[in-house]
Design a protein around this ligand. Structure first.
Ligand code: C2E
Ligand code: MG
Ligand code: MG
Ligand code: MG
Length: 289
């Protein structure tokens, strides 16, 4: 992620476990105050239909603007939040803010058909009453459920399929859509795909990276695309960084992509401007870099 997170980001290659433990505790304590101090931010990355040249959705990605350490990415603090129980509070903050944002855009007439995707952590999804909680948040904010999509990994879904199914059915009944994130990197069980009410598969970045040169990745990607097509699921490829990857995906029926080739995750105001400009160009125009 060259360039996105701050340079003064902590570099912590622990010399001893004590240092690691101290560091974790310090991070935990400052994370505890991050919400009250208003240090959390959502960045947004577009899901782009490259055939129609339209922004069709976006994904909310959390960042922590630490006063001393700069912009910190989720992989550096979500695990700490999960371990320390702070994840519930952070997850609620993300869900509420992402829903408010998409509603604000709709009211301003920006991105009228955009669906907001929110990443859901394992602990959050397994909270009893998660479905009801999502319903309450949507009702309180006044957002129609069809504008919200939840991204879950296979591991989260398959940890306890029966419980997951109950929650997913509640969300489905509500009208919230479900996407399977990092598809193909978790359990390789396909039988659940026909059982669970999901609407989207996200082809993991790791399969996209070496397209169209690595034969294995080409085979895996085309297989996932065929599976999505056969099961009438939407499909999104993540981590598209170059035109060869985009062309391969398009040639193989994947029309929706996310990646640095089109847009890096950015704050809400910039995102709305990006989407406006992008949508106003015709498919024949070169894609802005
Ligand atoms: P993810 O949901 O699979 O998100 C995709 C990650 O790939 C994001 O990293 C995004 O910035 C990055 N990315 C997008 N396009 C490209 C590209 O073209 N090339 C490369 N190399 N990377 C690209 P980020 O924002 O650092 O997020 C990492 C992970 O943290 C996410 O993976 C997600 O699992 C988690 N996460 C992010 N926001 C939240 C949140 O609000 N709640 C929870 N529970 N997890 C979150
Ligand atoms: Mg995601
Ligand atoms: Mg992903
Ligand atoms: Mg990922």
């Amino acid at each position: 992620h060259a360039g996105e997170y701050g340079h003064n980001n902590y570099q912590f290659f622990s010399k001893s476990l004590n240092v690691a433990a101290f560091h974790k505790l310090a991070m935990e304590n400052s994370l505890r105050r991050a919400i009250e101090r208003d240090e959390l931010e959502l960045y947004y990355q577009a899901k782009i239909d490259i055939r129609r040249h339209r922004v069709v959705g976006c994904e909310a990605l959390i960042r922590w603007r630490h006063p001393e350490l700069g912009l910190i990415g989720p992989s550096q603090f979500i695990p700490i939040a999960e371990d320390s129980g702070l994840i519930a509070q952070i997850s609620n903050w993300v869900l509420e803010n992402a829903c408010r944002q998409v509603l604000a855009w709709r009211r301003q007439g920006d991105c009228p058909e955009l669906v907001m995707a929110v990443n859901v952590s394992a602990n959050q999804f397994r909270q009893p009453g998660f479905g009801g909680h999502v319903r309450e948040v949507l009702a309180q904010i006044g957002l129609e459920p069809r504008y919200l999509k939840l991204e879950l990994t296979e591991t989260i879904l398959l940890h306890n399929v029966e419980d997951a199914l109950v929650t997913l059915r509640e969300l489905q009944a509500l009208g919230v859509r479900i996407s399977i994130d990092d598809f193909g990197t978790g359990y390789s069980s396909l039988s659940y795909l026909k059982k669970l009410p999901i609407s989207e598969l996200k082809v993991d970045h790791s399969f996209v990276r070496d397209l169209p040169h690595n034969e294995d990745d080409m085979a895996i990607t085309t297989a996932i695309l065929a599976l999505a097509e056969a099961l009438s699921l939407e499909v999104v490829a993540e981590g598209v960084e170059n035109q060869d990857q985009a062309n391969f995906l398009l040639d193989n029926g994947c029309t929706v992509v996310q990646g640095f080739l089109y847009q890096r995750p950015m704050p809400a105001t910039e995102f709305a401007e990006f989407a406006r400009v992008f949508d106003s160009r015709s498919a024949a125009d070169p894609i802005p870099r």
